[in-house]
Design a protein around this ligand. Structure first.
Ligand code: NAP
Length: 244
């Protein structure tokens, strides 16, 4: 098992990429702290994966709220005493032309995609520094490297995640802590909700699946300790455009 007894915190673990990463980590022997908003998603996770109670905790809550971030940190340290891997995955996008966008969506995206990542990382860092080890995986996006129409705010949040990750990597290498930015292309998840203005332009089965990104996350955490992949760009091999 590649992650035996490693303590991993995964945000946005209720569905999509976060859930797939949690399932893969569990199979690899990790102890898990899973956070997401919806309690029902945790019940489903338990039903589907039957984890040992001593190896897992669920911390529900809205990660854009400071209280949720503090709860995740406190409960992780209370239960396991340390953190080895932090996967900052929770995130979402509201897509529209900037002129039509709403301030509340701007604030919600930045508070979830950027501020929560910052707060959680800052809160866990002293514990990783104490261990002189750790891996922080930030789920950015291809949208963190390029722009597209209707994505100005979402792209701004993901560019922020890239900037933070690139700078932090240099800050933390002296403590043997790795910082990895994972940049997926299109992944077939609930990210593309029916009420969103951004729909998958390629056939669902031809783009990345959540488990493909989960494999990239696992890869980043299981390299030899002296090696860091600071960025992973993972794209669908052969996305097939939907004819409209
Ligand atoms: P998803 O299926 O919608 O899953 C997102 C997860 O994050 C859900 O469990 C969601 O919980 C949680 N979440 C969102 N906002 C939250 C908040 N304020 N507090 C707590 N939990 C929150 O989407 P996904 O595709 O797996 O996305 C995961 C990450 O990958 C995101 O950061 C996204 O930006 C990034 N990404 C996705 C794609 C893609 O094509 N899908 C591509 C590149 C990057 P709820 O169920 O409560 O909403």
């Amino acid at each position: 098992m590649k992650l035996l007894n490693k303590v991993a915190v995964i945000t946005g673990a209720g569905k999509g990429i976060g859930k797939s990463a949690a399932e893969l980590f569990l199979k690899e022997g990790a102890k898990l702290v899973l956070s997401s908003r919806n309690r029902r998603d945790f019940e489903l996770f338990e039903l589907e994966n039957n984890p040992k109670k001593e190896n897992i905790i669920f911390v529900p809550g809205d990660i854009s709220k400071v209280e949720t971030v503090n709860k995740i940190i406190d409960e992780t340290i209370y239960k396991f005493g340390r953190v080895d891997i932090l996967v900052n995955n929770a995130g979402f996008g509201v897509f529209d032309n900037l002129v039509d966008s709403k301030l509340e969506d701007f604030d919600a995206m930045f508070n979830t995609n950027v501020r929560a990542l910052y707060l959680l990382t800052r809160g866990f860092l002293p514990y990783m520094v104490k261990e002189n080890a750790g891996t922080i995986i930030n789920i950015a996006s291809i949208a963190g490297k390029q722009g597209f129409a209707t994505g100005s705010i979402y792209c701004a949040t993901k560019h922020a995640v890239m900037g933070l990750s690139r700078a932090l990597m240099f800050e933390l290498r002296q403590y043997n802590i790795r910082v990895v930015a994972v940049c997926p292309g299109s992944v077939a998840t609930d990210f593309f909700r029916s009420d969103s203005k951004t729909v998958l332009s390629s056939r669902k089965e031809s783009v990345l699946q959540a488990k493909d990104v989960a494999e990239s996350i696992l890869f980043s955490c299981t390299l030899p300790g002296n090696a860091t992949v600071s960025e992973i760009e993972v794209r669908p091999t052969n996305p097939i455009k939907v004819k409209r």
